[in-house]
Write a protein that binds this ligand. Structure first.
Ligand code: NAD
Length: 490
């Protein structure tokens, strides 16, 4: 099987790498492709930066109204090819086809919002700040920007950054996760058709060596990262030390509180979708499910809903949950479930050692529910990133908020209730950047920032919407004097 090509300076180019990493279908272990890997990918980065730097000179001077035209064309091509891209996501990432389709829809919405750059980049003007003096601010692009993406949303996450970066006049290098490089390879086959000048958008494959070369290259001005918190912190420190602008979105451990006055049937359905959707491999997956004053009704309903969830091959339209990404990931999640027993938990529903007919080699874990975990233990604070619900019973909303606010992540917190006053208190006091009220996956739409807090985010400006426009532009303030006496008479 041939090694995947990079896309640099408007052409598909061979990597200089001699090593490769296999791209593996997590439901079958079939090898789908080979990604370049190793030291020589540094040369690939050098070539991509040279192309992007050269392209920046003219692309930054193209009027913004013209810069967004290729994005309209990209939107159309993404829509026309959405099904094929969704199938690719499912094959390399494992999630179900409806989940993959939803992901592509979210990517397209970001292209649509970025098409608003002509308005979004507009700035401020103050006339006559002093006699005959005006002051105004303009937004200018930064230069070459790079994005390093995770495995769990191969089709969506690059679009939190890419369309905004180029609409603002920057040039762009994307490094997808080496676990799921095929989706963006497909997307770049569409990008090839949208009449962008050579070098404006580039694709470079690889792992750590490729990332480090991007972080260290002096001509790269900004880094957008999404992945685990440990790597996000590393990316943030190393890029900042190199003088770059950075936005680094990290991991999560999302709490969801359900009060007795919630619509129980609706809430239970939404919460199980949140915990088990994408096999729990979402940064907005609900993980700690906190019931307040439950008489057992909510717990029973969650158990029944989780138990009947169908797990299997994502391309089978009947399935509601696919495998986790790798055998290592499955081993890790199963080990954490085992650890929970040592902490004193009980396994209410055990999804370990799952086997799916016809897909015996797949990395499947069925829905799992843990209960009785100590609040000062490790498991309630560890991102499991698998289909595991930790059920926590508390007595009051205040206790729930104290527990939530003692966590070190801050990606999302949700409340299910019929009470406006509790909802108001929750949204105001919960320490998380994305809040859901009677919502299980509080994923911001493209016009809003993807607002993680604490160890779920390192930086100032998030992906998507106005934050992305601000991230991908630098402000220039001009103070201008034109004395009256200088006016010419004609
Ligand atoms: P990861 O951190 O392992 O990898 C992300 C990227 O970093 C990949 O492109 C990878 O090649 C690169 N990388 C990995 N190790 C590296 C190293 N040592 N040095 C330099 N680069 C390295 O994350 P993942 O497993 O691909 O994705 C899952 C994680 O991403 C979860 O923690 C999840 O919560 C998080 N995530 C967060 C958000 C968010 O918006 N906050 C969204 C999606 C995923």
């Amino acid at each position: 099987m041939r090694m995947l090509d990079n896309y640099v300076d408007g052409s598909w180019t061979k990597s200089k790498a001699t090593g490769t990493t296999d791209v593996i279908n997590p439901a079958t272990q079939e090898i789908l492709g080979k990604v370049p890997n190793g030291k020589q990918t540094v040369d690939d980065v050098t070539a991509a930066v040279a192309a992007a730097s050269a392209a920046f000179k003219s692309w930054s001077q193209v009027p913004v109204m013209k810069r967004v035209q290729p994005l309209y064309r990209l939107k159309q091509l993404l829509e026309e090819n959405a099904e094929e891209i969704a199938r690719t996501i499912t094959l390399e990432c494992g999630k179900t086809l409806p989940e993959s389709r939803g992901e592509i829809q979210r990517a397209i919405e970001n292209v649509e919002v970025a098409c608003g750059a002509p308005m979004l980049m507009q700035s401020e003007f103050s006339e006559n700040i002093a006699g005959g003096i005006d002051e105004f601010m303009i937004r200018q692009p930064l230069g070459v920007c790079a994005c390093i993406a995770p495995f769990n949303f191969p089709g969506m996450i690059p679009f939190w950054f890419l369309p905004y970066a180029i609409a603002c006049g920057n040039t762009f290098i994307l490094k997808p996760s080496e676990k799921v490089p095929l989706t963006m390879t497909k997307v770049f086959q569409l990008i090839e058709k949208i009449d962008l000048p050579k070098g404006v958008i580039n694709l470079v494959h690889g792992g750590k060596e490729t990332v480090d070369a991007l972080l260290d290259h002096p001509e790269i001005k900004a880094i957008s990262f999404v992945g685990s918190s440990k790597i996000a912190r590393y990316i943030y420190s190393r890029s900042a030390a190199n003088g770059k602008r950075v936005q680094a979105q990290g991991g999560a451990k999302n709490p969801v509180v359900i009060l007795p006055d919630a619509d129980i049937d609706m809430s239970v359905q939404i919460i199980t979708d949140s915990v088990y959707g994408c096999a729990g491999q979402r940064c907005l997956a609900a993980s700690n499910i906190i019931t307040v004053g439950d008489d057992g009704k909510i717990k029973d309903a969650l158990y029944e809903s989780a138990k009947k969830r169908k797990t299997g091959f994502g391309l089978d339209e009947e399935m509601e949950m696919g495998p986790v990404i790798s055998p290592e990931s499955r081993t890790r999640v199963e080990a954490l479930i085992g650890e929970s027993l040592k902490e004193g938990a009980k396994i209410l529903l055990d999804g370990r050692k799952a086997s799916v007919n016809g897909f015996e080699k797949g990395n499947f874990i069925r829905p799992t529910i843990l209960e009785g975990l100590p609040l000062d233990g490790e498991i309630v604070r560890t991102e499991i990133f698998g289909p595991v619900m930790s059920l926590i019973e508390l007595k009051t909303v205040e206790e729930a908020l104290d527990f939530i606010n003692s966590g070190h992540y801050g990606n999302m917190a949700c409340l299910f209730t019929g009470s406006g006053a509790n909802a108001r208190k929750f949204r105001s006091t919960a320490n998380a950047g994305n809040i859901g009220i009677n919502i299980g996956v509080a994923a911001p739409m493209a016009q809003f920032p993807f607002s993680g807090w604490n160890e779920s985010f390192f930086g100032d400006l998030h992906g998507q919407g106005r934050h992305a426009i601000e991230f991908f532009t630098q402000t220039k303030v001009v103070v201008e004097r034109w004395p009256k006496e200088w006016s010419r008479k004609f």
